[in-house]
Write a protein that binds this ligand. Structure first.
Ligand code: FES
Ligand SMILES: [Fe+2]
Length: 404
Protein backbone atom coordinates (compact mmCIF):
# COMPACT_ATOMS: atom_id res chain seq x y z
CA UNK A 1 0.00 0.00 0.00
CA UNK A 2 1.37 3.37 -0.89
CA UNK A 3 1.42 6.02 1.78
CA UNK A 4 -0.78 9.04 1.86
CA UNK A 5 0.50 12.58 2.02
CA UNK A 6 0.29 13.97 5.53
CA UNK A 7 -1.60 16.98 4.34
CA UNK A 8 -4.27 17.49 1.73
CA UNK A 9 -6.06 20.46 0.23
CA UNK A 10 -8.48 22.18 2.60
CA UNK A 11 -11.48 20.74 0.76
CA UNK A 12 -10.50 17.26 1.89
CA UNK A 13 -11.05 18.19 5.50
CA UNK A 14 -14.77 18.69 4.86
CA UNK A 15 -15.29 14.94 4.67
CA UNK A 16 -13.61 14.38 8.00
CA UNK A 17 -16.10 13.42 10.68
CA UNK A 18 -16.10 15.65 13.70
CA UNK A 19 -14.88 14.14 16.94
CA UNK A 20 -18.49 13.93 18.03
CA UNK A 21 -19.54 12.16 14.83
CA UNK A 22 -20.78 8.68 14.09
CA UNK A 23 -20.50 5.80 16.49
CA UNK A 24 -21.70 3.34 13.91
CA UNK A 25 -19.30 1.07 12.05
CA UNK A 26 -17.25 2.89 9.45
CA UNK A 27 -18.57 2.53 5.93
CA UNK A 28 -15.05 2.56 4.52
CA UNK A 29 -11.54 1.85 5.67
CA UNK A 30 -10.02 4.99 7.13
CA UNK A 31 -6.40 6.01 7.36
CA UNK A 32 -4.79 6.09 10.78
CA UNK A 33 -2.65 8.87 12.14
CA UNK A 34 0.76 9.34 10.53
CA UNK A 35 3.36 6.95 11.91
CA UNK A 36 5.65 9.87 12.68
CA UNK A 37 3.13 11.16 15.22
CA UNK A 38 3.90 8.14 17.41
CA UNK A 39 7.67 8.55 17.14
CA UNK A 40 8.76 12.11 16.65
CA UNK A 41 10.00 14.21 19.57
CA UNK A 42 8.98 17.50 17.95
CA UNK A 43 5.48 16.26 17.31
CA UNK A 44 5.27 14.97 20.85
CA UNK A 45 6.07 18.43 22.17
CA UNK A 46 3.22 19.78 20.06
CA UNK A 47 0.85 17.25 21.57
CA UNK A 48 2.00 18.12 25.07
CA UNK A 49 1.28 21.78 24.43
CA UNK A 50 -2.04 21.40 22.60
CA UNK A 51 -3.53 18.31 24.19
CA UNK A 52 -1.92 17.58 27.56
CA UNK A 53 -1.46 21.17 28.63
CA UNK A 54 -4.72 22.31 27.09
CA UNK A 55 -7.24 19.87 28.55
CA UNK A 56 -8.44 18.68 31.92
CA UNK A 57 -6.15 15.85 32.94
CA UNK A 58 -7.04 13.32 35.64
CA UNK A 59 -4.02 13.07 37.92
CA UNK A 60 -4.95 11.44 41.24
CA UNK A 61 -7.65 10.07 43.51
CA UNK A 62 -9.14 12.45 46.04
CA UNK A 63 -7.74 10.57 49.03
CA UNK A 64 -4.15 10.96 47.87
CA UNK A 65 -4.42 14.48 49.34
CA UNK A 66 -6.92 13.66 52.03
CA UNK A 67 -6.07 16.09 54.83
CA UNK A 68 -4.72 19.65 55.20
CA UNK A 69 -0.96 19.50 54.73
CA UNK A 70 -0.98 16.40 52.52
CA UNK A 71 0.74 16.91 49.20
CA UNK A 72 1.06 15.02 45.93
CA UNK A 73 3.27 15.84 42.95
CA UNK A 74 2.19 14.77 39.47
CA UNK A 75 4.05 15.18 36.20
CA UNK A 76 2.24 15.89 32.97
CA UNK A 77 4.97 15.69 30.35
CA UNK A 78 7.66 18.09 31.53
CA UNK A 79 5.29 20.01 33.82
CA UNK A 80 5.34 19.27 37.55
CA UNK A 81 2.15 20.06 39.46
CA UNK A 82 1.82 20.23 43.24
CA UNK A 83 -1.51 19.25 44.80
CA UNK A 84 -2.26 20.31 48.37
CA UNK A 85 -5.24 20.62 50.68
CA UNK A 86 -5.52 23.88 52.56
CA UNK A 87 -6.46 24.39 56.21
CA UNK A 88 -10.20 24.32 55.49
CA UNK A 89 -9.95 21.20 53.32
CA UNK A 90 -9.98 22.90 49.92
CA UNK A 91 -8.03 21.25 47.15
CA UNK A 92 -5.30 23.44 45.63
CA UNK A 93 -2.94 22.96 42.71
CA UNK A 94 0.19 24.91 41.85
CA UNK A 95 3.08 24.68 39.51
CA UNK A 96 5.74 22.92 41.59
CA UNK A 97 8.04 25.87 41.07
CA UNK A 98 9.43 28.40 43.53
CA UNK A 99 8.90 32.07 42.74
CA UNK A 100 12.43 32.96 43.87
CA UNK A 101 14.67 31.32 41.29
CA UNK A 102 12.57 28.46 40.11
CA UNK A 103 13.55 25.40 42.10
CA UNK A 104 10.97 22.68 42.39
CA UNK A 105 9.36 22.84 45.81
CA UNK A 106 8.41 19.28 46.69
CA UNK A 107 10.97 16.70 45.64
CA UNK A 108 8.99 13.65 46.71
CA UNK A 109 5.94 12.32 44.88
CA UNK A 110 3.74 12.32 47.95
CA UNK A 111 3.86 13.16 51.64
CA UNK A 112 2.96 15.58 54.36
CA UNK A 113 4.20 19.15 54.59
CA UNK A 114 5.89 19.87 57.88
CA UNK A 115 4.11 22.59 59.83
CA UNK A 116 1.59 22.86 57.03
CA UNK A 117 3.88 25.03 54.94
CA UNK A 118 5.53 24.65 51.55
CA UNK A 119 9.25 25.32 52.03
CA UNK A 120 11.55 25.59 49.03
CA UNK A 121 14.58 23.30 49.51
CA UNK A 122 16.96 25.85 47.97
CA UNK A 123 16.80 29.16 49.95
CA UNK A 124 13.80 28.32 52.14
CA UNK A 125 11.19 30.66 50.72
CA UNK A 126 8.05 29.54 52.48
CA UNK A 127 4.45 29.45 51.23
CA UNK A 128 1.16 28.66 52.97
CA UNK A 129 -1.24 25.99 51.72
CA UNK A 130 -3.00 28.55 49.54
CA UNK A 131 0.28 29.37 47.83
CA UNK A 132 0.85 32.76 49.49
CA UNK A 133 4.46 33.68 50.15
CA UNK A 134 4.88 33.81 53.91
CA UNK A 135 8.56 34.36 54.51
CA UNK A 136 11.84 34.81 52.71
CA UNK A 137 14.47 33.93 55.27
CA UNK A 138 17.73 35.86 55.23
CA UNK A 139 16.47 38.29 52.59
CA UNK A 140 17.95 41.75 53.06
CA UNK A 141 14.90 44.02 52.93
CA UNK A 142 14.40 46.46 50.11
CA UNK A 143 11.46 48.78 49.52
CA UNK A 144 10.61 47.33 46.13
CA UNK A 145 9.85 43.76 47.20
CA UNK A 146 6.16 42.95 47.72
CA UNK A 147 5.62 39.38 48.96
CA UNK A 148 2.03 39.60 47.72
CA UNK A 149 3.30 39.48 44.16
CA UNK A 150 5.20 36.26 44.66
CA UNK A 151 2.57 33.66 45.41
CA UNK A 152 2.85 30.27 43.75
CA UNK A 153 1.59 29.99 40.20
CA UNK A 154 -1.92 28.53 40.51
CA UNK A 155 -3.21 25.65 38.40
CA UNK A 156 -6.93 25.06 37.83
CA UNK A 157 -8.13 22.05 39.79
CA UNK A 158 -11.49 20.27 40.09
CA UNK A 159 -12.84 16.84 40.93
CA UNK A 160 -15.33 14.37 39.56
CA UNK A 161 -16.01 10.79 40.60
CA UNK A 162 -13.27 10.96 43.20
CA UNK A 163 -10.67 11.85 40.57
CA UNK A 164 -8.63 15.03 40.82
CA UNK A 165 -8.24 16.88 37.53
CA UNK A 166 -5.92 19.76 36.69
CA UNK A 167 -5.81 22.07 33.70
CA UNK A 168 -2.50 23.72 32.84
CA UNK A 169 -3.94 26.31 30.47
CA UNK A 170 -3.85 29.87 31.73
CA UNK A 171 -7.62 30.10 31.31
CA UNK A 172 -9.48 26.77 31.10
CA UNK A 173 -11.48 26.78 27.90
CA UNK A 174 -14.38 24.98 29.50
CA UNK A 175 -15.30 23.84 33.00
CA UNK A 176 -14.56 20.23 33.86
CA UNK A 177 -18.26 19.39 33.74
CA UNK A 178 -18.32 20.35 30.06
CA UNK A 179 -15.33 18.18 29.27
CA UNK A 180 -16.86 15.14 30.97
CA UNK A 181 -19.82 14.96 28.58
CA UNK A 182 -22.05 11.90 29.07
CA UNK A 183 -19.88 10.32 31.75
CA UNK A 184 -21.30 11.84 34.98
CA UNK A 185 -24.93 11.04 34.18
CA UNK A 186 -24.09 7.46 33.19
CA UNK A 187 -22.27 6.83 36.46
CA UNK A 188 -24.45 8.98 38.72
CA UNK A 189 -25.63 5.92 40.68
CA UNK A 190 -22.27 4.23 41.00
CA UNK A 191 -21.00 6.50 43.78
CA UNK A 192 -17.55 6.72 42.22
CA UNK A 193 -16.58 9.65 44.41
CA UNK A 194 -16.54 7.56 47.55
CA UNK A 195 -14.64 4.59 46.17
CA UNK A 196 -11.16 3.89 47.48
CA UNK A 197 -8.30 2.00 45.93
CA UNK A 198 -7.71 -1.53 47.17
CA UNK A 199 -4.86 -2.14 44.75
CA UNK A 200 -2.62 0.15 42.73
CA UNK A 201 -0.19 -0.88 40.02
CA UNK A 202 2.15 1.55 38.27
CA UNK A 203 3.53 0.30 34.97
CA UNK A 204 5.85 1.90 32.42
CA UNK A 205 4.80 0.96 28.92
CA UNK A 206 6.99 1.51 25.88
CA UNK A 207 4.17 2.71 23.66
CA UNK A 208 2.88 6.11 22.66
CA UNK A 209 -0.12 7.39 24.59
CA UNK A 210 -2.27 7.46 21.45
CA UNK A 211 -1.71 3.76 20.83
CA UNK A 212 -2.90 3.04 24.36
CA UNK A 213 -6.02 5.16 23.78
CA UNK A 214 -6.72 3.49 20.47
CA UNK A 215 -6.32 0.09 22.06
CA UNK A 216 -8.95 1.02 24.62
CA UNK A 217 -11.27 2.21 21.83
CA UNK A 218 -11.75 -1.11 20.11
CA UNK A 219 -12.40 -4.76 20.84
CA UNK A 220 -11.40 -5.94 17.38
CA UNK A 221 -8.35 -7.41 19.14
CA UNK A 222 -10.26 -9.13 21.94
CA UNK A 223 -10.57 -12.64 20.42
CA UNK A 224 -6.84 -12.97 19.83
CA UNK A 225 -5.55 -11.00 22.83
CA UNK A 226 -8.03 -11.49 25.68
CA UNK A 227 -9.32 -15.08 25.85
CA UNK A 228 -10.05 -14.72 29.58
CA UNK A 229 -12.12 -11.57 29.08
CA UNK A 230 -13.99 -13.23 26.20
CA UNK A 231 -15.01 -16.08 28.49
CA UNK A 232 -17.04 -13.63 30.58
CA UNK A 233 -18.15 -11.43 27.68
CA UNK A 234 -18.69 -13.92 24.84
CA UNK A 235 -19.87 -11.08 22.60
CA UNK A 236 -16.24 -9.98 22.43
CA UNK A 237 -15.39 -13.17 20.53
CA UNK A 238 -17.11 -11.54 17.60
CA UNK A 239 -14.31 -9.03 17.61
CA UNK A 240 -16.31 -5.89 17.69
CA UNK A 241 -18.52 -6.03 20.73
CA UNK A 242 -21.54 -5.22 18.64
CA UNK A 243 -23.95 -5.65 21.50
CA UNK A 244 -22.17 -2.98 23.50
CA UNK A 245 -23.32 -0.19 21.25
CA UNK A 246 -23.48 3.48 22.21
CA UNK A 247 -26.27 5.94 21.71
CA UNK A 248 -25.96 9.16 19.75
CA UNK A 249 -24.48 10.98 22.73
CA UNK A 250 -21.89 8.28 23.13
CA UNK A 251 -23.46 6.70 26.20
CA UNK A 252 -23.19 2.93 26.41
CA UNK A 253 -26.61 1.48 25.75
CA UNK A 254 -27.78 -0.50 28.80
CA UNK A 255 -29.83 -3.68 28.52
CA UNK A 256 -26.77 -5.75 27.82
CA UNK A 257 -27.31 -8.81 29.96
CA UNK A 258 -27.36 -11.12 26.96
CA UNK A 259 -23.83 -10.00 26.12
CA UNK A 260 -22.37 -11.68 29.19
CA UNK A 261 -22.02 -15.27 30.19
CA UNK A 262 -25.40 -16.13 31.67
CA UNK A 263 -24.11 -16.90 35.16
CA UNK A 264 -21.69 -13.97 35.35
CA UNK A 265 -22.36 -11.28 37.93
CA UNK A 266 -19.31 -9.09 37.42
CA UNK A 267 -16.08 -9.08 35.44
CA UNK A 268 -13.75 -11.43 37.27
CA UNK A 269 -11.92 -14.48 35.93
CA UNK A 270 -14.89 -16.73 36.68
CA UNK A 271 -17.61 -14.09 36.64
CA UNK A 272 -18.45 -14.53 40.31
CA UNK A 273 -18.71 -11.72 42.79
CA UNK A 274 -17.62 -11.48 46.42
CA UNK A 275 -19.20 -8.19 47.47
CA UNK A 276 -22.56 -6.48 47.13
CA UNK A 277 -23.22 -4.29 44.09
CA UNK A 278 -22.79 -0.55 44.56
CA UNK A 279 -25.57 0.64 46.82
CA UNK A 280 -27.16 3.15 44.44
CA UNK A 281 -27.59 0.95 41.36
CA UNK A 282 -30.97 0.07 39.89
CA UNK A 283 -31.79 -3.39 38.48
CA UNK A 284 -30.62 -2.55 34.97
CA UNK A 285 -27.37 -1.12 36.24
CA UNK A 286 -26.74 -4.17 38.41
CA UNK A 287 -27.19 -6.34 35.33
CA UNK A 288 -24.89 -4.17 33.23
CA UNK A 289 -21.64 -5.88 34.05
CA UNK A 290 -19.33 -3.66 32.05
CA UNK A 291 -19.43 0.03 31.20
CA UNK A 292 -16.19 1.29 29.66
CA UNK A 293 -15.44 4.99 29.42
CA UNK A 294 -12.52 6.93 28.00
CA UNK A 295 -12.02 10.58 28.76
CA UNK A 296 -9.19 11.53 26.46
CA UNK A 297 -6.36 11.92 26.77
CA UNK A 298 -5.72 9.96 29.91
CA UNK A 299 -8.61 8.60 32.01
CA UNK A 300 -9.89 5.09 31.29
CA UNK A 301 -12.66 3.51 33.33
CA UNK A 302 -13.76 -0.11 33.40
CA UNK A 303 -16.90 0.13 35.53
CA UNK A 304 -18.62 -2.95 36.93
CA UNK A 305 -21.53 -3.28 39.35
CA UNK A 306 -19.26 -3.83 42.34
CA UNK A 307 -15.83 -2.42 41.45
CA UNK A 308 -13.99 -0.18 39.04
CA UNK A 309 -10.64 -0.63 37.33
CA UNK A 310 -9.32 2.83 36.45
CA UNK A 311 -6.28 3.84 34.43
CA UNK A 312 -4.54 7.18 34.64
CA UNK A 313 -1.99 7.52 31.85
CA UNK A 314 0.88 9.98 31.68
CA UNK A 315 3.19 10.50 28.72
CA UNK A 316 6.87 10.03 29.51
CA UNK A 317 8.05 10.75 25.98
CA UNK A 318 7.11 10.03 22.40
CA UNK A 319 6.58 6.30 22.49
CA UNK A 320 6.31 5.79 26.24
CA UNK A 321 3.80 6.23 29.05
CA UNK A 322 3.39 5.53 32.72
CA UNK A 323 0.01 4.02 33.61
CA UNK A 324 -1.43 4.07 37.12
CA UNK A 325 -3.99 1.28 37.50
CA UNK A 326 -6.35 1.32 40.47
CA UNK A 327 -8.95 -1.19 41.59
CA UNK A 328 -11.64 0.87 43.34
CA UNK A 329 -14.18 -0.43 45.83
CA UNK A 330 -16.69 0.86 48.30
CA UNK A 331 -14.84 1.39 51.59
CA UNK A 332 -17.17 -1.07 53.35
CA UNK A 333 -16.02 -3.86 51.02
CA UNK A 334 -12.35 -3.23 51.73
CA UNK A 335 -13.01 -3.06 55.46
CA UNK A 336 -14.38 -6.61 55.50
CA UNK A 337 -11.55 -8.91 56.70
CA UNK A 338 -12.89 -11.67 54.43
CA UNK A 339 -12.57 -9.47 51.35
CA UNK A 340 -10.81 -11.33 48.53
CA UNK A 341 -8.85 -8.64 46.71
CA UNK A 342 -7.02 -11.00 44.36
CA UNK A 343 -10.36 -12.31 43.11
CA UNK A 344 -11.07 -8.84 41.77
CA UNK A 345 -7.61 -7.86 40.62
CA UNK A 346 -6.76 -10.92 38.55
CA UNK A 347 -8.82 -10.34 35.39
CA UNK A 348 -7.88 -6.74 34.67
CA UNK A 349 -4.26 -7.23 35.73
CA UNK A 350 -4.01 -9.92 33.07
CA UNK A 351 -6.05 -8.00 30.51
CA UNK A 352 -4.10 -4.79 31.07
CA UNK A 353 -0.81 -6.67 30.69
CA UNK A 354 -2.05 -8.16 27.45
CA UNK A 355 -3.02 -4.73 26.14
CA UNK A 356 0.27 -3.14 27.19
CA UNK A 357 2.28 -5.90 25.54
CA UNK A 358 0.39 -5.49 22.27
CA UNK A 359 0.79 -1.71 22.35
CA UNK A 360 4.55 -2.18 22.81
CA UNK A 361 4.68 -4.55 19.84
CA UNK A 362 2.73 -2.05 17.79
CA UNK A 363 5.11 0.76 18.81
CA UNK A 364 8.07 -1.30 17.62
CA UNK A 365 6.42 -2.21 14.31
CA UNK A 366 5.46 1.36 13.53
CA UNK A 367 9.17 2.22 13.33
CA UNK A 368 9.48 0.42 10.00
CA UNK A 369 10.68 3.04 7.57
CA UNK A 370 8.13 1.91 4.98
CA UNK A 371 5.14 2.21 7.34
CA UNK A 372 3.35 5.51 6.83
CA UNK A 373 0.14 4.92 8.78
CA UNK A 374 -2.25 2.17 9.82
CA UNK A 375 -5.87 1.75 8.77
CA UNK A 376 -9.06 1.54 10.78
CA UNK A 377 -11.45 -1.31 10.02
CA UNK A 378 -15.24 -0.70 10.28
CA UNK A 379 -15.39 -1.96 13.88
CA UNK A 380 -12.64 0.48 14.85
CA UNK A 381 -14.94 3.47 14.55
CA UNK A 382 -14.03 4.70 18.00
CA UNK A 383 -10.34 4.66 17.08
CA UNK A 384 -11.24 6.83 14.11
CA UNK A 385 -13.25 9.06 16.37
CA UNK A 386 -10.30 9.36 18.73
CA UNK A 387 -7.94 10.10 15.84
CA UNK A 388 -10.33 12.83 14.69
CA UNK A 389 -10.23 14.28 18.18
CA UNK A 390 -6.43 14.32 18.09
CA UNK A 391 -6.43 15.97 14.69
CA UNK A 392 -8.86 18.62 15.80
CA UNK A 393 -6.84 19.29 18.91
CA UNK A 394 -3.75 19.78 16.78
CA UNK A 395 -5.73 21.58 14.11
CA UNK A 396 -4.14 19.43 11.47
CA UNK A 397 -5.61 18.76 8.05
CA UNK A 398 -6.93 15.25 7.60
CA UNK A 399 -4.87 12.97 5.44
CA UNK A 400 -7.90 11.75 3.55
CA UNK A 401 -9.45 8.44 2.68
CA UNK A 402 -7.35 5.32 2.65
CA UNK A 403 -6.88 4.12 -0.95
CA UNK A 404 -7.25 0.40 -0.23
S1 FES B 1 14.74 28.96 44.45
FE1 FES B 1 13.30 28.64 46.03
S2 FES B 1 14.05 29.77 47.68
FE2 FES B 1 15.49 30.10 46.13
FE1 LIG C 1 -7.64 -4.93 25.10
Amino acid sequence: MSGLPESTPASATAARPAAGGTREPLVRVEAGLPASWYLDEGHHRRELERIWHGNWIAVARWDEVRSPGDFRVVDIGDQSVLLTRNQVGGLRAFHNTCRHRGSILCTEAQGRLRSGRIVCPYHSWTYDLDGRLQSTSRRMPTADFDPGEFGLFPVAVDTWGGFVFVHLGSVPVQPLSGALGWIPSTFANHGLDRLVSGQRMIVDVQADWKLVCENFCECFHCPSVHPELCRIVPAYRRGGAWGLRRDEQGRPVPEQTREYRSDARTLTLDGTTRVAPFAGLDDTQRATLYLPALLPPNLFLNVHPDYVNSHLMFPTGPGSVRIVYDWLFEPEALADPRFDLEHYVALWRLTNEQDARNCEWQQRGIRARVFRHGVYMPQEFDCHRFASWVREALDSPAIGQCPI
